[in-house]
Write a protein that binds this ligand. Structure first.
Ligand SMILES: Cc1cc2nc3c(=O)[nH]c(=O)nc-3n(C[C@H](O)[C@H](O)[C@H](O)COP(=O)(O)OP(=O)(O)OC[C@H]3O[C@@H](n4cnc5c(N)ncnc54)[C@H](O)[C@@H]3O)c2cc1C
Length: 379
């Protein structure tokens, strides 16, 4: 694995950087303050090929590498991990398992429209009583002839209410524990599905999360993904890829915060000289740079492994844990380097610090990542 981007990857990076600078950077402050999820931005990321970048060409994807996807998504994450979350939930948590586990008929109905979008997907795993302990699913699917009837609710679902499709995890046989969980694909406007109010959050205000309610939702058995009882396995394998995308959020956000800190400390003068001339602050920024680079190397290793058919669950967890802790630390230090100005909303680093927190929490909290890593190395 090389650490230098190929010409193709550099070209993708340039296209995404230009899109982000033109469309995302000018509006991110207002979208954060007013909690606006702007679908035009995810549509735009679809149009320039980010959303479908690593997906199968046969269904309309770009056929690229996951590592190239990480390079592209990092450009978005440097300025707005909320929009990055919206597009990557669609790409990694909805479209990928639909491709990996889906039948041909399911790929045509539930994947092709996403890759020939712009469309958004959601991943419905979390419930009020099933967070870190995702096996505690209380949404129930009951077989009814050739159909299943689904009742229950999902919590904190990204893109909910905006989603064209949703992958939903349900309990089909409580007595079997994790082996009683079954996944279903469905359109977001399937009769019986309703959405709660947008969640009011600390950060990633540029994305949308709502509760999703299922009231006698009837789906055909041809909407069952994989087979009955393998839903938990589908969720865990999907989250391995999801963790690569959340690691990208950590890397991009940390890089963005460091870029702001370098620029500001070279411009801000106190005691008659730029504050960047103080060794105490130089050492802080040296440590920030190391965190960014180490995070990116862990991220690229996980992506490389996935691209080359190697095991990547451990590597994805390591990358997610390290990069999102790094994102939090680097963003917090960037606020410190800005002094009082870092604390007010005229400058972007306070937003990056608020945004950084969620990446340590979702797609498996960083405590859960440590459990995953420990269980793999102690096997
Ligand atoms: C903005 C946002 C977007 C989200 N998007 C989605 C989405 O699209 N789809 C989806 O399905 N979910 C989504 N989630 C849910 C998210 O993945 C969960 O919030 C997360 O997995 C944690 O679950 P919980 O909130 O129930 O916390 P809990 O599981 O209640 O955890 C509380 C605390 O206890 C710790 N803890 C729990 N068990 C253990 C243990 N055994 N050992 C050590 N520590 C432990 C946790 O690390 C955490 O610190 C989203 C959440 C948010 C806030």
């Amino acid at each position: 694995m090389g650490f230098v981007l190929s010409d193709e990857q550099k070209a993708v990076q340039k296209v995404v950087r230009e899109f982000v600078e033109k469309n995302i950077v000018p509006t991110v402050k207002e979208r954060d303050e007013k909690c606006i999820f702007d679908r035009k931005l995810t549509d735009g990321l679809y149009e320039i090929g980010v959303q479908g970048l690593f997906h199968d060409k046969k269904y309309g994807g770009g056929g690229g590498l996951v590592q190239t996807y990480a390079v592209a998504l990092e450009e978005v994450c440097r300025h707005d991990i909320g929009i990055a979350a919206a597009t990557s939930v669609t790409s990694c948590l909805y479209a990928w398992p639909t491709w990996f586990y889906g039948t041909e008929e399911q790929r045509e109905r539930f994947l092709r429209p996403i890759l020939n979008g712009p469309k958004l997907g959601s991943f419905g795993l979390t419930e009020p009583n099933a967070g870190s302990d995702a096996a505690m699913q209380q949404t129930v699917a009951v077989k009814d002839g050739n159909n299943y009837i689904i009742n229950g609710s999902k919590k904190f679902i990204t893109n909910a209410g905006e989603n064209d499709f949703i992958l939903v995890f349900t309990m089909t046989d409580q007595s079997k524990g994790t082996k009683g969980i079954t996944a279903f694909l469905m359109e977001g406007n399937t009769p019986g599905i309703t959405y709660g109010r947008p969640e009011l959050k600390m950060g990633i205000n540029t994305s949308m999360q709502r509760e999703v309610y299922f009231n006698d939702v009837k789906v055909g058995k041809n909407q069952l993904l994989g087979e009955e009882g393998i839903g938990f396995r589908i969720a865990m394998k999907t989250l391995d890829l999801g963790r690569i995308s959340v690691a990208t959020q950590g890397v991009g956000l940390a890089q963005g915060a460091l870029d702001h800190a370098i620029k500001y400390t070279k411009e801000r003068v106190q005691f008659g000289r730029p504050i960047a001339s103080n060794q105490a602050l130089q050492f802080m920024m040296a440590d920030m740079q190391n965190l960014v680079d180490t995070s990116r190397m862990l991220l690229w290793r996980a992506a490389y492994n996935m691209d080359h058919g190697l095991p990547y669950a451990l590597e994805a967890s390591q990358a997610k844990l390290f990069a999102t802790d790094a994102g939090m630390k680097v963003a917090t230090d960037a606020v410190q380097l800005f002094g009082g100005y870092g604390f007010i909303k005229d400058f972007p680093v306070e937003r990056l610090m608020r945004d950084a927190k969620i990446a340590q929490i979702y797609e498996g909290t960083n405590q859960i990542q440590r459990m995953v890593i420990a269980s793999q190395i102690l096997r």
